[in-house]
Design a protein around this ligand. Structure first.
Ligand code: PMP
Ligand code: GLN
Length: 387
């Protein structure tokens, strides 16, 4: 049998697939993988159907449908006061994952160093590795904030890129104005490219506003800013996203995009171009998810977990350090099997599996799903303690 010398020997199946499969297998409430279990707005689904019926079923332009790119430009101006050119700076791609893949592919040459901040979303590290880059992981501090001194010390002439993510998956932390200003200073006079993963830009709480890199001209000129409609419109399965970058960076990104996916599905782009005009759909998202966060937090208070802060995203972290010494990967598997609630262990987002005994719940779920999850935890309360 033919076998391949793996380019990614340390990589297994993603934790999201693993935990969702286990949840299905044992009949657990799935609060692990980040996807809503409620429906998208039916108007949007009608718009996709209408596009298909109108015959908009062939390849879209490689860079994305013009009306969609123009609407994204308008939205970016409205939200972040940044003007960007729909033809030379915006590319529609098949999800944020593709944008990040394309950006890293066009940046990295073998032995280039790329800094990631851990815990880091799980696709960054393998992609950097795939293109021969060297991952330089820096741990966020105990409050999941950027340790600027460490970051500064990690930068050297081999540093090619830095990846940031706010609101942050898996921790729910957000970057503030001061962080962006510090980044601006730090990257000044370097050739470091910034990749800013902003897929949760509309899921931010307590009246805080999302500090997009688009608001910081000095950062913007060196950045790929990545977003995804999947998170904003409860349609993670549509895999529709976009990347904004200055023309010279966009030109290189598109060289990869055109030979990766070439273009992104057509009817959904036309539908999104129309639907995106309705600002209310994204402006109400902070309230929509804050209510879920608050209610879920309240429910969690009945459990023995220690609840950690959540300023954005639809993820809630809890610590079980006072309950058990088990490795978080073992703990989450046991919780899924014995308490019938699936969650995500945080150690998998560290290259060296740093285990702080913290696990992640996804609260983008119907209230009945969240209630059932808590009910299962309370029914099996003894299982939350050391085995
Ligand atoms: N980045 C982060 C931080 C995410 O949580 C996700 C969601 N899965 C992605 C990127 C990928 O988004 P998409 O599904 O649009 O590819
Ligand atoms: N981003 C989602 C999460 O963090 C999962 C996406 C995926 O399964 N690839 O749960």
């Amino acid at each position: 049998m033919l076998s391949l010398k793996s380019k990614l020997p340390a990589v297994g199946t993603t934790i999201f697939s693993v935990m969702s499969a286990l949840a299905n297998e044992v009949g657990a409430v799935n609060l692990s993988q980040g996807f809503p279990d409620f429906e998208a707005n039916p108007k949007m689904i009608d718009l996709v159907n209408e596009s298909m019926k109108k015959g908009l079923n062939q390849y879209a332009p490689m860079i994305g449908v013009a009306t969609l790119r123009e609407t994204i430009a308008e939205k970016t101006r409205f939200l972040y006061g940044a003007s960007c050119d729909a033809d030379t700076e915006i590319t529609v791609v098949s999800g944020a994952s593709e944008a990040i893949f394309d950006a890293l592919a066009c940046i990295i040459s073998p032995n280039d160093e790329v800094i990631i901040l851990e815990p880091a979303y799980d696709l960054y590290l393998p992609i950097i590795t795939l293109f021969g880059g060297k991952v330089i992981p820096i741990s966020l501090d105990s409050n999941y904030q950027i340790p600027f001194e460490l970051l500064k010390n990690a930068i050297n002439p081999k540093t090619k890129a830095l990846l940031i993510n706010s609101p942050h998956n898996p921790t729910g932390a957000i970057l503030k104005k001061n962080d962006l200003e510090q980044l601006e200073k730090l990257l000044e006079n370097t050739d470091i490219v910034l990749i800013s993963d902003e897929v949760y830009e509309h899921i931010i709480f307590d009246g805080q506003s999302h500090e997009s890199v688009m608001k910081y001209p000095k950062l913007r000129e060196r950045s790929f800013v990545v977003s995804s409609f999947g998170k904003t419109y409860h349609t993670t399965g549509w895999k529709l996203g976009y990347c904004i970058a200055p023309p010279a960076l966009t030109k290189e990104l598109r060289k990869v995009h055109q030979f990766n996916t070439f273009s992104t599905n057509t009817p959904m782009q036309y539908a999104m171009a129309e639907f995106l005009k309705s600002k209310e759909e994204y402006l109400h998202l902070p309230d929509f998810y804050q209510e879920r966060r608050d209610k879920f937090k309240k429910m969690l208070e009945a459990t023995p977990f220690k609840i950690l802060p959540c300023e954005g995203t639809y993820f809630q972290l809890v610590s079980y350090a006072h309950l058990s010494d088990e490795k978080d990967t073992d703990y989450t598997v046991r919780l899924t099997k014995e308490a019938k609630v699936a969650t995500i262990p945080i150690s998998v987002f560290y290259r060296n599996q740093t285990d702080r005994k913290v696990i992640r719940f996804c609260f983008a779920k119907k209230y009945e799903t969240l209630e059932k999850g808590i009910e299962n935890l309370l029914k099996s309360k003894d299982k939350l303690y050391q085995k």
